[in-house]
Every structure is written in structure tokens, then in C-alpha cells.
Design a binder for this molecule. Structure first.
Ligand code: PLP
Length: 432
């Protein structure tokens, strides 16, 4: 302690005044810069704990990804082989050719995972092998726009199965969730806020509740001139194990509170909302606040044993946000997903809008379908993510969708044990 304080430069308070207007992230960058300079002058190692970036990567899925890429190039050349130019991969017989390729390259890094993956998906998810392998190959090559734009067909089924395990503790609610593949939790937040406003579910100046402490962008977004929300803070104090007390939950009984945004498990607390509090929220929604919209950001859910998101218990009211950044050590890939249950409060609210609003929204989304009034909220989000007019080229990049697909299969069948073991040994430590 003494040693560290002797090397930290003494900085006058006035030097920090210009930073008062900056966000916590910009201040954090400045602090990191100071720490880097100090660590250069000393033999103390610098540990940057101020960033939600894992300090490890999942290697097997990446090996499989690159091997799949090599097979996929062969598939292009099979169709057309000219200098620097290939054809578009074709589905008939592709699963058989993939099997032969893997048998030939059985000792290549990633071959084991790919060999196990196809029969697993066919058996567990009822896929047609050619259709599944063709989706992977065509996507890693990236020669088509994303179709469906919301998420690829097989990718959505795999991610759905994964979320039922990761977010619902393998006890999913009835029915299914519609998924929108997005560029990380970050994009999920932006797209959700934007479409809630565009669809007159939330309005400038509305009252919302934030479960705090919370990932600070949620506080800043609420203050942004686009939203100017009136914010009610629902505190989960350290003394109360970061759980919301009855008095705090009572704030949600006020019908003025249109939506409740939480990060679960919390950032920075890392603590998941307890089953007792979930039960109380469940009761609140079933009795006094059936109209409450819940947005739950569960990007750390996989780090809590037996985690169960609010999307599992309150699927009708909840919009779920999940990201692969943390569990799979892939912040640079920008991979996330928004989950909305097929039977959800937002679609019902849109249906009940008064005629002038319905007319306005029908005009907004009229270029997408002959019956825009029937367009689901999640598809409105996809369209809004590209300002509606560019909907035909919307969607998450296809190689990214392959990455997210294979990671999940890998972890379902091969990786869970090893990752859990890592966690037990504290090796996967720098994830916040
Ligand atoms: C609670 C929470 N939500 C979302 C994000 C953003 O995640 P992504 O990397 O997927 O954009 C973070 C990143 O730290 C986070 O802590």
C-alpha cells in the first residue's frame, strides 16, 4: 500500500474539474492512462479491471470456425473455379461432402467439434443436415444478404435452445421466443429503446424505473434528449445483498412507471436477483401491474449457477437482452440477441393503439408488408435498426451468425465442463 502510494503522482483537485462533464467511461480511460504511465515507472503490473472484457478466449470454436471456412472455400470452387473467383455454395449433398472433408482432416484443429456438431444438431433440433450445413457454409462465405433479416433459420433455433439453458435454467416458459441477432448487448439496447419510442410504447418524458446500481449507460440513455425519461430509482443496496427491498419494489406499483429496466446479474454488483424478489415481481405483475414493461439485460447470466432470468418467469412482460461477449470471450465479434416472447405485452399494446397512431405506424412500416398492423414488435425493431427504408439489407452479418451458432453447439456438447472447471479455478476471473 505504502509502496503504491509513493508512486502515484499527487494531482491537485482542480485538475479533475474538466472531467466533471465526462461519462464514467471517459474518466476511466484517463485513469487507465495515468495508471499505465505509473506502471511504466515502477515494477508494478497494471491490471485494467475497469472494462468488461474477458482476459481469455474460447479457442475450440475459433479453430472450428477457421476449418469450416476452408471447407466453404472448397465448396465455392466446386461450383466455379476461376482465378480469384468462385461460385455460390450449393445445398444438395453438402452435408456428405462436409463429412468426407472432416474425415480427411480429422486431426486438424476444430475437426472434432465440427464432426460432433452436425449429428448433434440433426438429432437434438431436428435439422435437415444439408440445409443446416449449407446455412453455415453460405453464411461464413457471406455471399448473400441475411435472410430472414431478423436471424437465420437454423441459427435462431440453436440460439433459442441455448437461451433456454442459459437464461431459463432449462425450465423455459410455455411457447417460444422470437429472436433478433444483433451486434452485441450494446446494439440490443439501442434498437430496443428506439423501437419502443417509434411505436409509441414509450414517449419523451415518460416515467421509467431503473434497478440500481446499474451499468451506467442506462442512466445516461434515460437522460438523453431523445428520451428525457423521468427516472425512478429502485435501489438494491449492498446491505440488502443488492436485492430490492419491499419498500423499493413498492415504487413499481405506481402506474406512472411504464417500464422497469434492470441488469441481472447486476453490473457492478455481479449478484443475480434472488428467487424471492423474482416471486414478488411476479406477484406484482400478476396483480397490480400487468401493464409493466420489463427490460432485462442478462449478459452476465451464465456466471451465476442456476441463473433464471425474468424472461423465464415473466415472458409476457419482458424483453430479454443477451450478449456473447462475456461468456465466450468474444467482445470483438459484437454478438448479441434480443428475445421477445411470441405472446408479449408490446404487440398487444401496439394492437390497442388509437386509430391515428395506428395509421401513422401503418404508414411507417407500410413498405414492408401489406398488413403492417400485424407486424410484430421484434420485426419492427429489425426495420427500425435500418431506418425502415433499408430493411431489405438489414440483419446481422452472416459470418457473425455462424460464429454465434457454433459457439453454442460447442458449449452445449463439449465445452461446459471445461469452462466450469476454469471458473472453479478462478481462471475466468476478469469478467465484470
Ligand atoms: C450490463 C451490460 N450490458 C451490455 C454490455 C455491452 O455488451 P456488448 O459487448 O455485448 O455490447 C455490457 C458491457 O460491459 C454490460 O456490462
Amino acid at each position: 500500500m505504502e509502496r503504491a502510494s509513493s508512486i502515484i503522482p499527487s494531482i491537485p483537485r482542480s485538475a479533475f474539474e474538466p472531467y466533471e462533464k465526462l461519462s464514467p467511461f471517459e474518466i476511466k480511460d484517463k485513469l487507465a492512462q495515468l495508471a499505465r504511465e505509473s506502471s511504466k515507472k515502477s515494477d508494478l503490473a497494471l491490471l485494467n479491471a475497469g472494462r468488461g472484457n474477458p482476459n481469455w478466449v474460447a479457442t475450440t470454436p475459433r479453430e472450428a470456425f477457421f476449418l469450416l471456412g476452408q471447407f466453404s472455400i472448397l465448396e465455392c470452387k466446386r461450383v466455379l473455379d476461376m482465378p480469384d473467383i468462385g461460385g455460390m455454395p450449393q445445398a444438395p449433398g453438402i452435408a456428405g461432402r462436409f463429412e468426407q472433408f472432416l474425415a480427411k482432416h480429422h486431426d486438424a484443429p476444430g475437426a472434432g467439434m465440427l464432426t460432433a456438431m452436425v449429428p448433434f444438431a440433426v438429432k437434438k433440433l431436428g435439422f435437415d443436415a444439408d440445409a443446416f450445413v449449407h446455412e453455415l457454409v453460405d453464411s461464413i462465405i457471406g455471399d448473400n444478404y441475411p435472410v430472414p433479416d431478423r436471424m437465420l433459420v437454423h441459427a435462431e433455433k440453436v440460439v433459442h435452445a441455448y437461451l433456454m439453458w442459459a437464461m431459463c435454467d432449462s425450465r423455459p416458459p410455455k411457447g417460444k421466443f422470437d429472436l433478433f441477432a444483433v451486434e452485441g448487448g450494446t446494439a440490443a439496447m439501442c434498437y430496443t429503446f428506439k423501437s419502443l419510442m417509434q411505436n409509441h410504447i414509450l414517449h419523451k418524458g415518460d416515467t421509467i424505473a431503473l434497478g440500481v446500481p446499474i451499468f451506467t449507460p442506462y442512466i445516461e440513455i434515460a437522460e438523453l434528449n431523445d428520451y428525457e425519461f423521468n427516472v425512478v430509482l429502485v435501489h438494491g443496496t449492498q446491505e440488502n445483498g443488492f436485492q430490492y427491498s419491499d419498500a423499493e419494489l413498492k415504487k413499481l406499483e405506481d402506474p406512472k412507471v411504464k417500464a422497469f429496466f434492470i441488469v441481472n446479474p447486476g453490473n457492478p454488483s455481479s449478484v443475480a436477483t434472488s428467487p424471492e424478489v423474482i416471486k414478488k415481481l411476479d406477484k406484482l405483475v400478476k396483480t397490480k401491474r400487468s401493464d409493466l414493461i420489463i427490460l432485462t439485460d442478462d449478459v452476465y447470466g451464465t456466471f451465476v449457477t442456476g441463473f433464471r432470468s425474468l424472461m423465464a418467469d415473466l415472458p409476457y412482460n419482458t424483453i430479454g437482452v443477451y450478449s456473447y461477449s462475456k461468456y465466450f470471450g468474444c467482445t470483438g465479434w459484437r454478438l448479441g440477441v434480443i428475445a421477445v416472447h411470441e405472446n408479449n405485452i408490446i404487440d398487444d399494446m401496439i394492437r390497442k393503439h388509437p386509430k391515428p397512431i395506428t395509421d401513422q405506424l401503418n404508414k411507417r412500416y407500410g413498405s414492408l408488408t401489406l398488413e403492417p398492423a400485424k407486424l410484430k414488435f421484434i420485426d419492427r425493431m429489425v426495420a427500425d435498426s435500418r431506418d425502415v427504408c433499408l430493411n431489405h439489407t438489414a440483419g446481422l452479418s452472416l459470418p457473425q451468425q455462424v460464429k454465434n451458432l457454433r459457439d453454442i453447439l460447442r458449449f452445449n456438447i463439449l465445452g461446459l465442463v471445461s469452462l466450469k472447471r476454469c471458473r472453479q479455478h478462478g481462471e475466468v476471473s476478469r469478467v465484470r
